[in-house]
Design a protein around this ligand. Structure first.
Ligand code: GDP
Length: 373
């Protein structure tokens, strides 16, 4: 146990770092060349149209792109009006394709319009329905397949619970989803749907919506999400503290011991504990090439034996640990009784201690230049 953290804090810290790694971090939008296509897909009411405008604003203001908003839900005129209104209010261009005959002919107009007017990114706000239906999915697939290497982002309400999993699966069946945007981060402390999204698509969540206003779009931050999910304040800080504790309290001391080649049983105990934490010495050595010339006592390979050795050292007095030479027959007997082991085992540990000293000297004299990586 690290002195500066309670066991509960250590467990939380491990859980936290594992989940942060799982949800990942925001990745850049897939934008390259002079014509880019961002297709937003998702169910109705999840915030797709609002997000389309937010993205246009973000790309224009922050990165000087010249974005074009393209409303594309031909069955819901209200959705057209909503995006066009957002474009007008925020000075972002839009393309009104309402009079086109069908989806295909509408699609064919986008690229030429961009070329003619110098737009370098089209943000296509596709149709959304209350639930997944096949005609909708086929239409989305048509759009997704029409463009070469588009950025197809799924827009989802972060407050969706268990249903998120099936919704993402439904979309993934038809589309090549390249990333996600989660909306309404400001209105709930939920976030499990992000885990579902990562689980199904394996792709990054790129942005989060944090309000109804045009500028309320932020890069996704895995740390913040997991802190929120676990309902604790500064988990990131806790994790950093745990890392610091390991590196400062232990590595420095171990490094010093190895350099000096001189240490007592306290040091041996600390090293055994570190070995245990790293998965035993065989694991450590398996990562290093050319170690076959070093003889390692087999006790150091076995987790149970490592633990028993630590228990024996724990049963010793402070003085005995600092000066192993004072451990005479009666002291050995007392230690053996205290640890429920035989005297022979205590003797073995003291012999191991000598071996360990030698091992440490061997390590000290290793010639790194002979390694082949
Ligand atoms: P669509 O049907 O998927 O196009 O969804 P809309 O863009 O029309 O959004 C539905 C509602 O959610 C609207 O009232 C939006 O203002 C609201 N909304 C969208 N994104 C956010 C967000 O990040 N935070 C909050 N609080 N509301 C949002």
């Amino acid at each position: 146990m690290l002195e500066s953290l309670t066991p509960a804090e250590q467990v939380l810290s491990i859980l936290y770092s594992t989940l942060v790694e799982y949800v990942g971090h925001a990745e850049k939008l897939k934008l390259h060349g002079d014509k880019n296509f961002i297709i937003l897909v998702g169910l109705q009411g999840n915030g797709k149209t609002t997000t389309a405008a937010k993205l246009g604003y973000y790309l224009k203001k922050k990165f000087n792109y010249n974005p074009l908003l393209v409303p594309f839900d031909f069955k819901r005129p209200a959705s057209f009006d909503q995006l066009i209104q957002l474009g007008k209010t925020n000075d972002i261009a839009y393309l009104d394709l309402r009079n086109e005959e069908n989806v295909k002919s509408a699609l064919s107009k986008i690229k030429p319009y961009m070329e003619k007017n110098g737009f370098n990114v089209a943000i296509i706000d596709t149709a959304g329905r209350k639930e997944i239906d096949i005609p909708l999915m086929e239409e989305l697939k048509l759009i997704n397949d029409y463009f070469e290497d588009p950025e197809t982002l799924m827009v989802m309400d972060v407050t969706l619970g268990q249903t998120a999993l099936d919704i993402v699966k439904g979309f993934k069946q038809y589309l090549n989803i390249t990333g996600g945007i989660f909306t309404k981060f400001d209105s709930s402390a939920k976030g499990g749907s992000v885990l579902s999204f990562r689980y199904v698509t394996g792709n990054p969540v790129k942005f989060v919506g944090t309000g109804e206003k045009i500028q309320d779009l932020e890069l996704f931050d895995g740390d913040a999400l997991i802190s929120r999910l676990l309902g604790r304040g500064d988990l990131k800080g806790l994790f950093e503290k745990a890392q610091e504790a390991i590196s400062l309290e232990e590595s420095e001391k171990i490094a010093k011991d190895f350099e000096s080649g001189r240490f007592d049983l306290n040091d041996l105990k600390m090293q055994l504990e570190s070995l245990l934490k790293m998965g035993g010495i065989s694991k450590v050595f398996s990562m290093l090439p050319n170690f076959s010339n070093i003889k390692i006592p087999k006790e150091y390979m076995d987790e149970k034996a490592l633990k028993r050795m630590i228990a024996i050292i724990n049963a010793m007095t402070k003085e005995e640990r600092a000066h192993p030479e004072i451990i005479n027959a009666s002291r050995k007997e007392r230690i053996a009784r205290g640890t429920h082991v035989s005297k022979a085992e205590v003797n073995q540990l003291l012999k191991n201690f000598e071996n360990f000293k030698k091992l440490s000297k061997n390590l000290k004299n290793l010639d790194i230049s002979k390694f082949r990586f």
